[in-house]
Design a protein around this ligand. Structure first.
Ligand SMILES: Cc1cc2nc3c(=O)[nH]c(=O)nc-3n(C[C@H](O)[C@H](O)[C@H](O)COP(=O)(O)OP(=O)(O)OC[C@H]3O[C@@H](n4cnc5c(N)ncnc54)[C@H](O)[C@@H]3O)c2cc1C
Length: 286
């Protein structure tokens, strides 16, 4: 097996262009499991661990630009203010060791429907920055990134460089159902992002369909009917939960049944909207 170790982004892009079959490795928390269990045996590994810029984040054009290699621990410690939904999801990933190495870029590269970063990225209208040496940069909205089970819009000669997420303008929450409290892949998950200034609510469903997805009809319902000054109308809350559940298209598998997942999505949708709404009203009163 060849092991390529670029030290700059340009070298990394050149390596991927010359060897499109090379498998990128960032934190290795997915790739090393696949190698150890002989699930794949790539001819070439492209180690991105020496490309320092991938582990940095900063503000750019009014958005947080989070390098693809920024580990979950950094998101939790440094980005809880601007990106509370993503930080909350990051806290639920694996164990401290996994959070120290695992990255949002790796979660996107794996494109598992159960990946914990996807629902908050969808709810917050994130955009994925990808690049190839020969065709340059593409900015892909999260909604267009996930194409199928473990399939994304990334081309073989492209690498993920960063994720762009606008700082939260309202409460955000992430909720995950698992068979225990830690070290667990989601049975299903849900994220919500309130945008009081735009009178909009973003949603993200995880592990509830072949790809992470938004509940568009539920979002449209709230855009039409939410009174942003008033307590939540119980009938509207119930309808929101029903439409989120209806957006799910899950399967039965070892982690849970489709019927349970549909039910749980509805519960998490109602619960997270209630939490977020209480925060929203509390902020207005303060
Ligand atoms: C014990 C354990 C517990 C886990 N728990 C969770 C959990 O609770 N929630 C969860 O979501 N995940 C979990 N995971 C999976 C994994 O930790 C996450 O998916 C993590 O985000 C992967 O990040 P990484 O940097 O380690 O990726 P890697 O393993 O380095 O890469 C993952 C994939 O992304 C590709 N890739 C990496 N970087 C790039 C790039 N810059 N451009 C293009 N492609 C790239 C790789 O080729 C590979 O296909 C767990 C894994 C383990 C081993």
């Amino acid at each position: 097996m060849d092991f390529l170790r670029p030290t700059t982004w340009e070298e990394a892009l050149a390596a991927k262009a010359d060897r499109p079959d090379a498998v990128p490795i960032q934190g290795g928390t997915d790739v090393m499991v696949e190698l150890n269990f002989d699930m794949r045996r790539p001819a070439t590994l492209l180690d991105l661990g020496q490309v320092a810029e991938l582990r940095a984040w900063g503000m750019e054009g009014g958005a947080c630009r989070v390098g693809a290699g920024v580990p979950y621990t950094t998101i939790i410690e440094e980005l809880g203010g601007p990106l509370p939904g993503l930080a909350q999801a990051s806290r639920t990933v694996g164990s401290p060791q996994i959070r120290n190495r695992g990255s949002v870029g790796g979660n996107l590269g794996a494109a598992s429907p159960a990946g914990d970063s996807h629902p908050p990225l969808l709810a917050a209208d994130a955009v994925i920055e990808v690049e190839s040496r020969d065709r340059g940069v593409r900015m892909i909205p999260a909604t267009a990134f996930y194409l199928g089970v473990k399939r994304s819009a990334l081309e073989p000669d492209e690498l993920i460089r960063a994720v762009h997420v606008r700082p939260a303008t309202g409460p955000q929450y992430f909720s995950k159902v698992g068979t225990r409290n830690a070290m667990v892949i989601a049975v299903c998950s849900f994220a919500i992002a309130l945008r009081p200034g735009e009178r909009r609510v973003g949603t993200g469903l995880g592990s509830a369909a072949p790809t992470p997805r938004r509940a568009y009809e539920a979002e449209e319902l709230l855009a039409r009917e939410l009174d942003w000054q008033a307590p939540l109308d119980p009938a509207l809350l119930r309808r929101f939960g029903e439409l989120c559940a209806a957006a799910a298209a899950p399967i039965d598998d070892v982690r849970g049944t489709a019927a349970y997942r549909v039910h749980a999505i509805g519960v998490m949708a109602r619960r997270t909207l209630t939490w977020a709404w209480n925060d929203h009203l509390g902020r207005r009163a303060a």
